[in-house]
Design a protein around this ligand. Structure first.
Ligand SMILES: [Mn+2]
Length: 196
């Protein structure tokens, strides 16, 4: 099978983003969003999902991190959608329960073509590094509508904001890796409707 790849460029008055996502990667990444903690989260996403991700974002960080994080979510959703293409042969559903010390985060995804987002992470701190923890929600919400996928993220436990966020990004990565994996038994798309 050819490697599933997407390249997206998106420029607005608020952000200028270039992204390359390789679904059939090996966990390599080069990320520069100007937000150290967010780079750390996206590197974890690539490494643990075994995706390759090259992403740069030049955003209006003089305002705050909001536009940069949200717009990276939009672009990554577009990249996921473009890379998986017609979805033939993929497992479609993915889930993972990921522990990170005190944090235990469950994620479930469906690459169904419909956006839905369910989120209940609760961060004890307002920020991790220079990134507002409220932006974790904005990122995954943007991915869900932009990729037209269901994303459920549930916090089962967690005391440390860094661990909660990192476990969420890794749980999402593992779930997406499962959902985008192919199964030779699946002919066409995995739907009784015949379309995803
Ligand atoms: Mn960390």
């Amino acid at each position: 099978m050819n490697k599933r790849v997407a390249k997206i460029s998106r420029k607005t008055k608020e952000t200028d983003i270039v992204c390359e996502l390789i679904i059939d990667g090996s966990g390599k990444s080069e990320i520069d969003t100007g937000i150290g903690f967010f780079d750390h989260m996206l590197e974890g996403f690539a490494r643990h999902g075994l995706f390759d991700l090259y992403l740069t974002c030049k955003g209006d960080l003089d305002v705050d991190s909001h536009h940069s994080v949200e717009d990276c979510g939009i672009v990554m959703g577009q990249a996921i959608s473009q890379a998986i293409g017609d979805k033939k042969g993929i497992r479609r559903y993915g889930h993972f329960m990921l522990p990170m010390d005190d944090a235990l985060i469950a994620c479930a995804v469906d690459l169904c073509g419909r956006p839905y987002f369910n989120y209940d992470l609760k961060f004890p701190d307002e920020r991790c590094g220079e990134m507002e923890t409220a932006l974790v929600r904005e990122f995954f919400y943007a991915v869900s509508y932009s990729a037209a996928m269901n994303i459920h993220l549930k916090q089962l436990d967690g005391l440390n904001s860094h661990h909660i966020a990192e476990a969420a990004f890794k749980a999402f990565a593992k779930s997406l890796d499962m959902a985008t994996d192919t199964d030779p038994r699946i002919e066409d798309v995995l739907s009784t409707k015949g379309a995803l």
